[in-house]
Write a protein that binds this ligand. Structure first.
Ligand code: ASP
Ligand code: MG
Length: 422
């Protein structure tokens, strides 16, 4: 098979991004001692890995310069006592910049016959300036990738996941767990033959193995199923990862870097086996927000007005049900901290908030056509109070909202009845 360029997208080393977040917080609230400890930890770890990989002197100098950069940022934040979103993203970018630097050396040793080059992802992954969760600018990315990268197949690029830059050159990030998404964007930009995600689990499982030990790795699933799973809580893929692969019809492989010979999971357009229920996912920390307005009797335009508020605040709507005068929407608990959002919602109607829920989703195929399924579901969990349900918008999922404390048992029972038994 002819092979084009290979792009290796690296995430930060485990726990580093969390530490950098802590550093940013501590620095801006003047807790410099905490910062010092955290920076020291990151330094020890990276110097340690660098030593294991041969201590390339150039990389060592570069690594030192990243720490100088980090220390300068810390000092600035401590003086200003303010953490701007821009500074936050810049600090977070250091995790990926450090890990990729070291990984380049590893790749160069493994592939002596190929040209291994470190690529600064910020020169290719161009985004808007929505710091914290920037939106990639697809056309610009594709264009820059083609201009800047040698796609003849000679070069192996090692680059950073998760980070990009806006059109003014400020560093941005794509949101937590965004390295998969970066990899997908690179794959799309260079029309890759395959997108491989190497992670710490052996593929996409039928449900979270920590909840159900009988969970099994799914050998193959469709893009639609994978996208629903990622959106509704399967932690293994960043929810945005599938879209770029779909646009270019690139098959996606998910496998474990610890057990690289296991078969893993393939995600593609068509698959052989299409069970009704493929997987069960859970999204924790959900709240149900009900917006009621008596003036909705026989009126129109309310939905538009309501969802406009969500759109303006960039709050994603996961699950919705409606009645004549009210609309109920699930959101992540964290959304409730956005006071401006809540205030704007209150302008549309009376709002009522219930927290403490988990959204359980059955992901599968032709779910809207399986009348026996609803019966099977509700007899299996007839002892649980289901607060809200949604089925029908796509044939790939059936969502229901249950109390967080019931969710584990619900998933175990459903897994047994609808996946293990079949
Ligand atoms: N390092 C980033 C994070 O921890 C991105 C990633 O791991 O995918 O969120
Ligand atoms: Mg990740």
């Amino acid at each position: 098979m002819e092979r084009g360029a290979t792009v290796v997208v690296v995430s930060a080393t485990s726990g580093t991004t969390d530490r950098l977040i802590e550093i940013a917080k501590s620095a801006s609230s003047g807790r410099l001692e905490d910062c010092e400890k955290l920076v020291f930890g990151i330094k020890e770890r990276h110097l340690g890995i660098l030593a294991e990989t041969g201590n390339n002197p150039q990389s060592q100098t570069q690594l030192e310069s990243y720490f100088t950069e980090l220390e300068l940022l810390v000092q600035n934040l401590a003086i200003l006592k303010e953490l701007t979103p821009r500074a936050h993203d810049h600090i977070l970018s250091l995790g990926e910049r450090m890990s990729s630097l070291i990984f380049r050396d590893v790749m160069a040793t493994l592939l002596p016959a190929r040209k291994v080059t470190l690529l600064d992802a910020r020169t290719v992954i161009k985004t808007d300036s929505n710091f914290g969760k920037a939106t990639p600018q697809l056309e610009v990315i594709e264009k820059t990738a083609r201009e800047r990268m040698d796609l003849s197949g000679e070069t192996v690029y090692v680059t950073q996941g998760f980070i990009g830059s806006d059109l003014q050159g400020n560093t941005t990030i794509l949101g937590r767990g965004g390295s998969d998404y970066s990899a997908a964007l690179f794959a799309e930009a260079i029309s890759a033959q395959v997108l491989e995600i190497w992670t710490d689990v052996a593929g996409v499982a039928t449900t979270d193995p920590r909840l159900v030990k009988e969970a099994k790795i799914i050998p193959e699933l469709t893009y639609s199923e994978a996208a629903e799973m990622a959106q509704y809580g399967a932690k293994i893929l960043h929810p945005a990862t599938i879209a770029p692969a779909v646009r270019k019809n690139i098959p996606v492989f998910v496998g474990s870097s610890f057990e690289k010979d296991l078969p893993g999971t393939w995600i593609r357009t068509s698959v052989e086996h299409r069970p009704s229920v493929r997987a069960i996912t859970k999204r924790s920390a959900q709240a149900l927000v009900t917006i009621t307005t008596p003036s909705m009797y026989n009126a129109y335009g309310f939905m538009g007005e309501l969802f406009d508020v969500f759109g303006r605040h960039r709050v994603s709507v996961d699950c919705v049900t409606t009645s004549e005068i009210s609309v109920a929407v699930t959101v992540d608990n964290a959304t409730l901290e956005n006071e401006r959002f809540i205030r704007d919602l209150e302008k549309v109607g009376n709002i009522h908030i219930e927290a403490g829920y988990a959204l359980v989703s059955l992901i599968g195929n032709e779910l809207t056509r399986k009348s026996a399924l609803a019966k099977a579901i509700f007899t299996t969990i007839d002892d649980v109070n289901v607060r809200m349900m949604s089925l029908g918008a796509s044939s790939y999922n059936f969502n229901f909202l249950v109390k967080e404390e019931d969710s584990k048992a619900v998933i175990q029972k459903l897994h047994r009845a609808l996946i293990e038994a079949l």
